[in-house]
Design a protein around this ligand. Structure first.
Ligand SMILES: [Zn+2]
Ligand SMILES: [Zn+2]
Length: 182
């Protein structure tokens, strides 16, 4: 995947997991208290991943990082144009999910739950889109989704801009029209 901050193709993340939780059981009496039992239980408190190229911090868990590297998930700018559809879930409930098309494939996200915060010089909020939504959903028939615009570095504008795909491997900057390989 490409890091959304530095634009470099990365093949790994550095993952940081903070584990904690020590449980102690005390017996409390009139005389005082004494340790009855001590058991240690570890749980993941904080998980975050870092881009090995630019050190940007992604507030996401290790599994999400793995899915991104495998191409089963993509990150999309929170404010990028995306389709919101109401779908019926396997539990008979209705949910509003976001759908984008990337490389001719559909990806799904829950805008409320799949937010990924990326901290570098500034904070960016992105959404994690999955190729396979975690629960079964019934998609509406004739769902028409446009190909997502990609947020990439434009060498002509010298900043990150939205690009549209003109062919499979060429993208065009929406600001200045500069075309380049993707
Ligand atoms: Zn980076
Ligand atoms: Zn440009």
């Amino acid at each position: 995947m490409r890091c959304p901050i530095c634009g470099i193709e990365i093949e790994e993340f550095l993952g940081e997991v903070i584990l904690k939780e020590v449980k102690r059981l005390w017996r409390i009496t009139k005389e005082g208290r004494e340790l009855a039992d001590e058991e240690t239980e570890y749980s993941r408190v904080i998980e975050r991943c870092y881009c090995p190229a630019c050190d940007a911090e992604f507030v996401m868990n290790l599994d999400e990082a793995k899915e991104l590297l495998k191409g089963n998930a993509i990150l999309v700018d929170k404010d990028a144009p995306m389709k919101i559809v109401e779908v019926e879930t396997e539990f008979g409930t209705w949910e509003r999910i976001a759908v984008v098309k990337f490389n001719n494939e559909l990806y799904f996200s829950d805008p409320k739950q799949f937010q990924i915060i990326i901290k570098h010089n500034e904070t960016r909020r992105m959404l994690l889109f999955l190729r396979k939504y975690p629960i079964k959903i019934k998609l509406p028939k004739n769902l028409d989704v446009e190909e997502i615009r990609v947020f990439e570095w434009c060498p002509s504008c010298s900043r990150h801009t939205y690009h549209i795909k003109v062919t499979d491997n060429i993208i065009k900057c929406e600001e200045c029209g500069h075309k380049r390989w993707y």
